[in-house]
Design a protein around this ligand. Structure first.
Ligand SMILES: [Fe+2]
Length: 385
């Protein structure tokens, strides 16, 4: 697309750096919140971050109501339990602290408390009419970037699938991004969330809804995540490295929130909903195979990605660059410690048509650079098995 084409870019107010978590009380107060629902999960609670958020709120004389009943791949019923608690305590704002699951659940709660009904009524693009209550997000992983995005992914456990809710009304009001929170992640979670960020950046860069503004963030995110993910796995307490992966994740989030995603996410949503697998792991297992499928639709874009992660592509043909890039993304996954395949994670050939039926309907597929048929998706799932 031409740089002169009219495009929109949306992002929340963002505070980035060590100590960002500790200003949550001050920010809640600025938004006039007197009783926030603090949405978190058991792991984040055990790591101590939820207590630090509650303490910062208390310093501003704000009494938070903690809701930590969120599991990985947050379920619609967890959203509805959060809605009941919000209404029971007459809350007037939401603070989310955690990875993608608590933040997506918090968005779901916000949608239902102001719009009514059930969270599953809001599947799709631009279905939210009334703005949510104020939402402040504190991410504790460097991957999801739900704190800066207009996406929420909720698991419909009845249908064993994930639904995507996409609307600018669910962009948080404030993202308080504190790299300190990353040090309590174990290495596998760091690897999976880092690969999620990498996939966000790559899919945004090759999306058919990219723009000059999303390209800036996507390319820098690809560079930052590629240059720092393995280093941070070797030195997990290094705050400088943690901050670089966090910045990469944030930039990937700004890119994909505005350019949307592609087939990796469409297929990973279906897979994660069906088998309750970690989202980043699903993405990592599928990435190489989707790039292989998409390459011919955007060779110049994939060349730029390869060059951003270290290829000197002068004089190289597309065939060579494609092989180099496939090998580079695969090495990153393996060296980061993600070595499973769909097969080793229990996906059988008979599961693939079911996964495909759901993936083909995912809104992320609309922006994939190459149109994909059911047969194409089945082949990709087979190759990743
Ligand atoms: Fe993702």
């Amino acid at each position: 697309m031409s740089i002169t084409e009219l495009r929109k870019f949306v992002a929340p107010e963002t505070i980035f750096g060590l100590g960002a978590l500790r200003v949550v009380g001050q920010y809640a107060s600025k938004f006039g919140i007197t009783k926030p629902l603090v949405v978190s999960d058991p792991g984040v609670l055990a790591a101590g971050w939820t207590d630090q958020v509650v303490a910062s709120l208390a310093e501003a004389d704000i009494d938070g109501v903690v809701f930590s009943g969120v599991t990985p791949n947050p379920k619609a019923e967890e959203v509805m339990a959060g809605v009941a608690l919000y209404l029971e305590h007459d809350c007037d704002g939401i603070v989310a602290v955690g990875g993608g699951s608590p933040m997506d659940c918090a968005k779901g709660i916000g949608i239902v408390v102001t719009n009514g009904g059930h969270i599953l009524d809001y599947e799709g693009v631009d279905k939210i009419i009334v703005p949510m209550p104020p939402l402040l997000c504190i991410p504790t992983t460097a991957g999801t970037s739900a704190d800066v995005s207009q996406f929420a992914i909720i698991n419909d456990s009845g249908r064993k699938t994930k639904i995507a809710i996409i609307s600018k009304t669910i962009i948080p009001d404030v993202a308080l991004i504190d790299p300190q929170t990353l040090v309590t992640m174990d290495n596998y979670l760091t690897a999976c969330t880092g690969m999620d960020a990498m996939v966000h950046a790559i899919e945004a860069f090759v999306s058919n809804a990219q723009s000059a503004m999303t390209d800036l963030h996507a390319l820098e995110a690809i560079r930052l995540v590629h240059a720092n993910l393995l280093a941070v796995l070797r030195d997990p307490n290094n705050l400088e490295l943690r901050a670089r992966t966090m910045l990469g994740s944030m930039q990937a989030g700004l890119a994909f929130s505005n350019a949307s995603l592609g087939a990796v996410h469409a297929m990973a949503h279906s897979l994660g909903g069906y088998k309750d697998l970690p989202h980043g792991e699903c993405n990592a297992m599928l990435l190489r195979h989707v790039i292989d499928f998409n390459y011919s639709a955007a060779p110049e874009r994939f060349r730029t990605i390869a060059e951003a992660i270290g290829l000197d592509g002068r004089g190289m043909t597309d065939t060579h660059i494609r092989a180099w890039l496939l090998s580079a993304v695969d090495s990153l996954r393996v060296e980061a410690g993600i070595r499973d395949t769909l097969g080793s994670r229990g996906i059988r050939p008979g599961d693939i048509p079911i996964l495909t039926e759901k993936a083909i309907l995912d809104p992320c597929l609309v922006t994939n650079p190459k149109p994909a048929t059911k047969r194409d998706l089945e082949t990709i799932y087979e190759e990743a098995s």
